[in-house]
Design a protein around this ligand. Sequence first.
Ligand SMILES: [Zn+2]
Length: 381
Amino acid sequence: MAILITGIGELTTNDPELGKLRNAALVLDGDTVAWVGPAAQAPDADERVDVEGRAVLPGWVDSHTHLVFAGDRTAEFEARMAGQAYAAGGIAVTVEATRAASDDQLLANLCRHVEEATAQGTTCLETKTGYGLTVADEARSARIAATVADEVTFLGAHLVPPGADAESYVDLVCGKMLDAVAPHVRWADVFCETGAFDEAQSARVLKAAAQRGLGLRVHGNQLGEGPGVQLAVELDAASVDHCTYLSDADVEALASSSTVATVLPACDLSTRHPLAPARRLLDAGATVAVASNANPGSSYTTSMAFCVTTAVLQMRMTIDEAVWSATAGGAQALRRGDVGYLRPGARADVHVLAAPSTTHLAYRPGVPLTHAVWRKGVRMR
Ligand SMILES: [Zn+2]
């Protein structure tokens, strides 16, 4: 069935040739965008929806979340807001709760958060394992994630489980754990940071994953400068995420590579770190994605709009840059060309704002502006 969405005041296509259109329309045919152009030239369709001058953009592509979890870390957040520093070890609290939860509980919690994200305009979502940290628990997280998320990442190398020896744990991650999760995931990731995994351990995990045909991602340079960015670039990772502390050499390496620099503004704020230098990365020519890092410890929000607002108001990205980074940028960080765009052939993921232009995302901070959402051609809101 074809749906004509017309009366679009401003249409963000992210397509370099189509650009931004005024008084536009688009046609969804099943799960695909069939036509994009001026409203006056729109073809007929089975159903017609007039959005009365509102802005339309591709659904958000949230390329970084950790939503297979149980439990809560309110107390840790309160302690942080009272002045305690964030450290990687807090992950262990979620690991304990996740291991104790049933499959049904994990699935229900994941679905609740994905629905929350969808209602705010997220139509393509990556999520990770990483709160199991045993072969059985990581495999279970991967299997559950794969039933819901668009993209699933294996993050067995999230933290050395308390009491375990780091080198033996890395052996396990590179061997039996990778074998058990591989059927359910497209990506592997490693938390390359002081208190998590060092450069040599991170490289071992990434190389073992690449040998099994998985794409690579890296958590790097979150809590201080470190080897994460350089390692990601060397191994042609699709993305290195956080990028809060970057040397000039890191910025240069990203600018001359196809590795996307994914910034996570909500996480920087929630851990009371400086915001990642997105402006510096863009000015150097790097590709920047904006994602939520939704997780119960360091960034408990599914709101991509909040991330975009922060990217504009505090990281000095322009509106267009921030919107691109949270849609097409996220798609590039997942090496996908079918989402993050509204052009013929793209997936029918449409976000209608309760506003005449995307400028309102930053102009009206904190105001819920999602008016309607289609995902794969199905109206979600
Ligand atoms: Zn993360």
